[in-house]
Design a protein around this ligand. Structure first.
Ligand code: URA
Length: 225
């Protein structure tokens, strides 16, 4: 029997703002399925959704709580906790939209904004094309959703936009399935107070800025057969 995987990256080499999921055999099996080029679209949807759910749950673990006392049906009191503030999601189109359902499954009636960023053909820099954000976003914690952190360009632009709407950096949590080490480094250097929840940190980027080994184009795999 194969032994369970050991953590792939020692926490010592990660910025303190980066959190990965525990690399159990279960999680590695899920990633093996979604990385496999022969996996059907149906299975890709199902298994990537399972990972997204785990990531969202982990993201919620990083929200602050305050003491809360409730009375149980037995008449006893229970001294627990409640979430301190309100949250919202912001997905980076189009791939980030695939993570919205996972957030809705665990946060009922959560508000979700959308940001579209594309490469500006003249400057080659990421450019904001569209943003629709909850009008009270400045008062909320923001879960930023994008499945692949490659160069980090789109995610950094998205964070800029969210901060311009009044959200402090330390109230944003970026959730993704796979990161490149270089993208993660650039992103965390630029936004050291922002937490990143990533499922897996891969080897690096190829010349086309695809993550290696990665899973290919997440949007293509998710939305096209
Ligand atoms: N976006 C993807 O979908 N895949 C990559 O490998 C990099 C960015």
């Amino acid at each position: 029997m194969a032994s369970p995987p050991t953590p792939q990256t020692s926490s010592a080499s990660l910025p303190s703002s980066v959190f990965t999921l525990p690399h159990t055999a279960q999680l590695e099996a899920l990633y093996t399925i979604i990385r496999d080029k022969n996996t059907s679209r149906g299975d890709f949807l199902f298994y990537s959704d399972r990972i997204i759910r785990l990531l969202v749950e982990e993201g919620l673990n990083h929200l602050p709580v305050i003491p809360k006392t409730v009375e149980t049906p037995t008449g006893a009191t229970y001294e627990g906790v409640g979430f301190e503030g309100k949250i919202c999601g912001v997905s980076i189109l189009r791939a980030g939209e695939a993570m919205e359902a996972g957030l809705r499954e665990v946060c009922r009636s959560v508000r979700i904004g959308k940001i579209l960023i594309q490469r500006d053909e003249e400057t080659a820099l990421p450019k904001l094309f569209y943003a629709k954000l909850p009008q009270d976003i400045a008062k909320r914690y923001v879960l930023l959703l994008d499945p692949m952190l490659a160069t980090g360009g789109s995610a950094m632009k998205a964070v800029e936009v969210i901060m311009e709407h009044g959200v402090p950096e330390d109230r944003i949590i970026f959730i993704n399935l796979i990161s490149s080490p270089e993208g993660l480094r650039t992103f965390c250097t630029r936004f050291p107070a922002l937490k990143v929840i990533t499922g897996w940190i891969d080897q690096g980027l190829n010349e086309k800025a695809y993550i290696i080994p990665g899973l290919g184009d997440f949007g293509e795999r998710r939305y096209c057969s």
